[in-house]
Ligand binder design. Structure first.
Ligand code: FAD
Length: 453
């Protein structure tokens, strides 16, 4: 029998889409780097079905690409011609919330916003938040070890992952739905699968740690004269704001571009640096934030500040920071995502910009990101996008980064788009260890081939 016939015979109705039924969206993640539709799209409804599907693909020697919400920015969910895609869309249930144990148990296909709402309905908070919350799935976030805007307080997905159920390439189910923070029973397989980008297993269910929902969240926007002031504000905020939960920085050209695309104006003049600062806590935290900003103004650390008086005010600040309109405004936009010691970020950003502009004077090189985590994004766009010149411009940034001792992927993963640069951040012995793990769990190389390694 063909693979299609085997799958149709073994799985529930609607679990396998073929031909015209495969949606065009299955060709690419948000990096827009995928151009081939998968030959089949499998949508298992639970772990057991996923195990049967993967076992059948294994028997047929069929390569498989896991797909979640397709918001990835590294090309990790993009199929090559001839690959089969396996989507978690039908494994999206919020199975349980434990208010005493502070955990949520959910299907890997659960969209982040839904998990957040379910937690909030019980007075709890999902610890990780990213701009793609409306589509990104918890499974995809585990697979990429997503970070986002609350890492400074709550860590990345891996640090909040307590239990995991996953299916290996041959259909073997690894189930360890641990619910407590303490579990030293041998190798931490769940934490190893976090960040594996679909190359080792398909995640099907997970247990994620929750936090109490803060009584309030207070947001401020600061204008700063230079990067030294940004570092000074970060140091002070860490010392003075017990509930510091976001510290995001934007360079002036990024603010100007996003104000234009979003139709929002923050300060009357765009400052050299703009910071969004958030603190969580009881109502007294609002007064602490005001006092903190007043001291920073008096000491000349910040030039100006706005405090959000409503959710709508805070949303306006974040709209500029998230800059969703930039993709449409700049065709060929590349999203670089690097990390390096916080103190070196200002000098690195300058050096990277100078390197690109030296070769491509009309390029846009706009910097913003999660400064508190030493993670910045670089929105890079050439006036006439062209694959060879784009790649050369990226290379200039990664070559610069190498000199600063940074990582070529802070939170988006490697996928295909960062693969050429992985040896910049990982030594040959580490890459050999990764290949050995891959060979042990997926000896036929069927899970998401061509990604990461
Ligand atoms: C507007 C926007 C804002 C973003 N902001 C952030 C941010 O702040 N921080 C951040 O870290 N990322 C951010 N991202 C990137 C993206 O949202 C994350 O990488 C997210 O974790 C991807 O989830 P997904 O469900 O869309 O996964 P997909 O894009 O579908 O897949 C991503 C990778 O995970 C694999 N995968 C997916 N599901 C599974 C599974 N169940 N089992 C095994 N492998 C799987 C895929 O094969 C692929 O390699 C942003 C993206 C956008 C578009």
């Amino acid at each position: 029998m063909t693979l299609l016939a085997d799958l149709r015979a073994a799985l529930s109705p609607g679990a396998v889409l073929a031909g015209d039924a495969v949606p065009v969206a299955a060709a690419s993640d948000a990096s827009r780097s995928g151009h081939a539709l998968p030959r089949l799209l499998i949508r298992p409804r639970d772990t057991a079905e996923a195990a049967v599907a993967l076992a059948l693909c294994h028997r047929h020697g069929q390569t498989v690409v896991p797909q979640g919400g397709l918001t990835g920015l590294a090309g990790g969910a993009c199929p090559r011609a001839g690959d089969v895609a396996i989507s978690t869309a039908r494994m999206s249930a919020v199975e349980a919330i434990d208010p005493e144990g502070l955990t949520i148990t959910l299907g890997a296909g659960c969209v982040l916003a839904r998990a957040q709402e379910a937690a909030e309905a019980q007075g709890l908070m999902f610890p990780v938040d990213i701009g793609a919350r409306g589509s990104a799935t918890v499974g995809g976030m585990i697979a990429t070890n997503a970070g986002g805007i609350r890492v400074i307080r709550h860590g990345m997905m891996r640090e909040n992952l307590l239990g995991l159920e996953a299916v290996l390439a041959d259909g073997t189910v690894l189930s360890h739905m641990n619910t407590g923070p303490k579990d030293n029973t041998g190798y931490p397989l769940a934490q190893m699968l976090a960040g594996s980008e679909g190359t080792l297993a398909l995640m099907t269910r997970a247990v994620i740690r929750l936090r109490p929902l803060p009584a309030g969240r207070y947001t401020a926007l600061c204008a700063l004269p230079d990067f030294a002031a940004v570092l000074a504000l970060l140091r002070r905020a860490r010392q003075e704001l017990a509930g510091l939960s976001a510290f995001e920085v934007m360079w002036a050209d990024y603010v100007a571009a996003c104000q234009a695309t979003e139709g929002v104006r923050l300060f009357a003049e765009v400052a050299p640096f703009t910071v969004i600062l958030e603190t969580d806590g009881p109502p007294e935290a609002a007064a602490a934030l005001e006092a903190h900003l007043a001291r920073a103004l008096d000491d000349g650390v910040i030039a100006d500040a706005l405090i959000a008086r409503s959710h709508a005010d805070a949303r306006r600040f974040w709209t500029v920071r998230e800059g969703h309109g930039l993709d449409a405004a700049l065709p060929g936009l590349m999203n670089l995502d690097v990390s390096l010691p916080v103190a070196r970020i200002g000098a690195f950003a300058e050096a990277a910009r100078a390197a690109v502009l030296g070769a491509e004077p009309a390029a846009q090189v706009m910097v913003f990101g999660h400064l508190g985590d030493g993670n910045i994004h670089i929105a890079l766009a050439l006036p006439d996008p062209d694959p060879a010149r784009d790649h050369a411009a990226e290379a200039l940034i990664y070559d610069t980064l190498r000199g600063f001792g940074g990582s070529v992927s802070a939170e988006h993963g490697i996928g295909t788009l960062k693969r050429d640069w992985l040896p910049y951040s990982r030594r040959p012995a580490e890459l050999a260890a990764m290949r050995a793990i891959k060979a042990a769990l997926d000896p036929l190389g069927l899970m998401n081939p061509g990604k990461v390694l």
